[in-house]
Design a protein around this ligand. Sequence first.
Ligand code: 5GP
Length: 135
Amino acid sequence: MASIFTKIIKGEIPSYKIAENDQCFAFLDINPLAKGHTLVVPKKEIDYLFDVEDELYRLLFTFSKQVAKAIEKVIPCERVGIAVLGLEVPHAHIHLIPINSIYDIEFSRPKLKLSEEEFKDIASGIRQEYEKINQ
Ligand code: 5GP
């Protein structure tokens, strides 16, 4: 069965999309640790990040860097932190999280509750920056 992220990539399930290229896709995490918390996934469905073949792995990290540069233009933060867990969704993904302290990337913390309007505004801001940087 297709993973929830494959369904998001195919547009079968809605998401707050940030950007995509031929092989990768980025969208806001629905249970964010911080405003701008983004997931970056390969379109190819592979469960474990370290099973991703080298070329796609490099592309995924290059794309993550481009997305992170856009996030930090929109969300005030010290830097964008990166984390890989994969304990919930068996489709490799990288978390990009704007952080100001170690506490901001603590996954056992309660997640933010954002309105649809807030999600839309954040996604559209980051999307615009991404397009500006990568045009
Ligand atoms: P992990 O697999 O890295 O432990 O966690 C999966 C992440 O995916 C969680 O942060 C969770 O909030 C996010 N997530 C799970 N289902 C969905 C979904 O349907 N849409 C979005 N945007 N994020 C999801």
